[in-house]
Design a protein around this ligand. Sequence first.
Ligand SMILES: Nc1ncnc2c1ncn2[C@@H]1O[C@H](COP(=O)(O)OP(=O)(O)O)[C@@H](O)[C@H]1O
Ligand SMILES: [Mg+2]
Length: 141
Amino acid sequence: MEIPFNKIVNSEKETLQFAESFAEILKAGDIVAFTGDLGTGKTFIVKAIAKYFGIKDVTSPTFSLVNTYDEKVKINHFDFYRIKKIEELYDIGFEEYLIDNSAITFIEWAEMFEEILPPNIYRITIKYIDDSKREIIIIKK
Ligand SMILES: Nc1ncnc2c1ncn2[C@@H]1O[C@H](COP(=O)(O)OP(=O)(O)O)[C@@H](O)[C@H]1O
Ligand SMILES: [Mg+2]
């Protein structure tokens, strides 16, 4: 997969195929920030990527704020949706997660706390087109 990337996926199956080819270029230390409305497929894509790495029981961190997985690869999975103040991120040690170069980190609703994100990370924007179609855009910035 080449970055920048832009594709319209027509089904969940095509999203799964996309997730697999994106997973192939990911390595420990990478950070992936997702932007996209509720129900566009942020968690769906993180689950598919985790599955590629052999992690099967991924659930949305909407209420826990962060879920971590430590199997063949380490994964940190954040969801900023319910966070009201940046202090809550400092409280759960967000910055320590970021300097952990042994994990791949995913962040849903990343744009809510843009100021806490480091530079040079993958940024995925998902746009809802219809019930089964999505536009997926990836840049590294
Ligand atoms: N092409 C597609 N890609 C991803 N998800 C899709 C697609 N078509 C339908 N869906 C559905 O959209 C929903 C996405 O939910 P979820 O991943 O929880 O969204 P988010 O985390 O962005 O709020 C799932 O119910 C999924 O089955
Ligand atoms: Mg989600």
